[in-house]
Design a protein around this ligand. Sequence first.
Ligand SMILES: [Zn+2]
Ligand SMILES: [Zn+2]
Length: 218
Amino acid sequence: MSQPLPPHPLSVPQSAAQAIFGKGVKDHRLDLDRHLNEAKIFHGHICGGIVIGVRMALLGLDLLGIREPKGPEGKDLLVFVEIDRCATDAITSVTGCRPGRRSMKLKDYGRMAATFLRISTGEAWRISTLDRPDPAESPESVLARLRTISDRDLLKAIPVKVALDPGDLPGRPIRAVACTRCEEMILDARDVAGPDGPMCRPCASGTAYYEILDRAEA
Ligand SMILES: [Zn+2]
Ligand SMILES: [Zn+2]
C-alpha cells in the first residue's frame, strides 16, 4: 500500500523536478490559462488568490499523477483547504472537489494552503504559497507576476500523512443516529457518547456557533 514517495520536487534540480512534476503524464501547467478562465467564471472575478489557487491545484494534481480530476479518477482525490477565500474557489474549479461531495474538507486556519490526497494510497502533498503580498504593487502587476513566476518561487510542496477517518470519506454515510438531547440526526460518525446515548457535539459540549433566541417574547 505505501509506495516510496518521490523526492521532494522543490529540493531537486529544476530539470529533475520537471520529470517529477509530470511523472510522465500530461503537464497541467500548459493549461494554465484555460483553468484561470474557468476559475474566473466560477469565482466571479480574477484575483491573486485565484491564480495561486489554480496553480496549487495543478501542482497537486501533477504530484499525485491525476490527469482528469473531474473524471472517474477524481473519486480517488480528497482536498483539504485551509482558508475560506478565493483560492478555495479556484481549487474547486480545477479539481471539481467540493464539500457537498465530501471531496473537499475546509479547515479554516486562515492560511493559503491545501493538501491533495490520493485516497487509495494515502499519498498526500501539502502545498502552501511563498508569496508575500506587497500592498504597493498594482493589481495588474500582481496578476502578471503570479501567472508567470515559477512553481519553485511561488509554491512550497511537502509530502504529508493525513489521518483519515472512515467517516471522512465520500460515499454513503457509515453511521446515522439521533442525538439523545436535540433529537436531530447525526451522520458520518460525528456523534459522541453521552450519558443516555449518542449526542451531537453542540449538545455534548454545551457550546455552538449560534445562540438560541427566545422567540416567545417577539
Ligand atoms: Zn477573489
Ligand atoms: Zn443534539
